[in-house]
Design a protein around this ligand. Structure first.
Ligand SMILES: Cc1ncc(COP(=O)(O)O)c(C=O)c1O
Length: 366
């Protein structure tokens, strides 16, 4: 058996060629070209959002969002991919950490509020919807109103996730997406920012184009180049044509895992009003010994898994202020992500599940 942790969705070559012909015929390769416009419109419709700005990756999406919103001092989560925190540091934004909720693995609003009440310089919260599981967005809205701070969600994992009848991307001042090849939806490399306010979107659109205002050519401030090119938009459009199938299949695999493992291991408590997008399959083991055991058994059978996320980010950026950290430290040791991608079958999931069940049921009744 050999099962990869992840495998990018391959764009259908026949369909991709049709889009690429459009690019060649237009001779418009980048700078907000026709496919960029098409992909923006179709993503806004599909996701149920407005003010969506395509950018060249999910890390720049975060950096540009911070700049557009004028963030200077952010409280963030220690339990995320390194880019959530490193993008802040790269932008010379002061950062501090507070702990996650032990059940959802997302930044805890109560602990964030406590941190903000102790440090009045904090002007933003940067929280991740970890594994696509929405944060407590209503509680964060209330914290934002009480303390006049901006909220930015790193929604790199949350493509196609809703809270009730709303896209999760409609909460906060901005949400960022990653369209990296391993994500549910991708453009090889790429990303997007969804802004609450049109004015922030307009500023960010100038920022990703060297600070140039495309309506009159004026340079309004120092910008960067973070545009998504037409060839990558062609990949995005091809994959978007088939996204319902991709997500449906990933969800089927995710549900099969959950059915097979629900009484064996813990999993993050999912937001009660949210759907799943099947982005990741995290499991929480009891302790480091159990985690090592499962890691080595899976490896022995050719099954890739990943400790995602580890280490807890305050231990990498260890000169930063930490308000609380207990749950993040422990989850960074005990969580493993199991293989989940479009080219896996239910049989694959059952094989992985069986390996884990066999190990963890030794000496106990399952
Ligand atoms: C939570 C999170 N934030 C940010 C990023 C960075 O996105 P990108 O690789 O598109 O720069 C990732 C990528 O995996 C991620 O998982």
């Amino acid at each position: 058996m050999a099962i990869n942790l992840n495998q990018p969705v391959k764009p259908n070559l026949q369909n991709l060629t049709k889009y690429l012909e459009q690019v060649n015929n237009s001779s418009w390769y980048t700078n907000f070209g026709p496919l960029h416009q098409q992909l923006t419109k179709r993503l806004e419709e599909y996701l149920g959002v407005s003010n969506l700005l395509l950018v060249s990756n999910g890390t720049l999406a975060l950096q540009v969002a911070y700049k557009a919103l004028g963030i200077t001092n952010a409280l963030t989560t220690p339990f995320s991919f390194v880019a959530t925190a490193s993008s802040l540091i790269w932008e010379n934004i002061e950062i501090s950490f507070s702990d996650i909720d032990k059940d959802s693995y997302n930044l805890c609003p109560e602990m964030a509020e406590l941190a903000i009440s102790l440090d009045s310089n904090i002007d933003a919260i940067v929280a991740t919807h970890v594994y696509g599981n929405p944060c407590n967005v209503v509680a964060f809205d209330q914290v934002a109103n009480r303390h006049d701070v901006k909220i930015i969600y790193d929604a790199a994992h949350a493509f196609g996730v809703n809270v009730g009848d709303q896209s999760v991307l409609n909460f906060g001042d901005a949400s960022t997406l990653s369209f990296h090849a391993t994500k549910v939806f991708h453009t090889v490399e790429g990303g997007a920012i969804v802004f609450k306010h049109k004015a922030d979107f307009e500023r960010a659109k100038r920022l990703i184009n060297f600070g140039i205002d495309t309506t009159n050519g004026a340079i309004t401030e120092a910008g960067i180049n973070a545009k998504l090119n037409e060839y990558q938009c062609a990949v995005g459009l091809t994959i978007l044509d088939d996204i319902e199938n991709v997500i449906a299949h990933r969800k089927k695999l995710f549900n099969a895992y959950r059915d097979g493992l629900q009484f064996i291991v813990e999993m993050p408590a999912w937001h009660k009003q949210a759907n799943f997008n099947g982005a990741y399959m995290p499991i929480k083991l009891q302790d480091i010994e159990q985690r090592n055991l499962i890691e080595s058994v899976l490896k022995e059978h050719g099954v890739q898994c990943r400790r995602y996320f580890t280490p807890s980010l305050q231990s990498i950026f260890n000169d930063k202020k930490v308000f609380s950290e207990q749950h993040s430290l422990s989850l960074a040791e005990n969580v493993l992500c199991l293989p989940l991608h479009y080219y896996m079958s239910i049989d694959d999931v059952e094989s992985v599940t069986l390996l884990i069940r066999k190990q963890l049921s030794k000496g106990s009744v399952v």
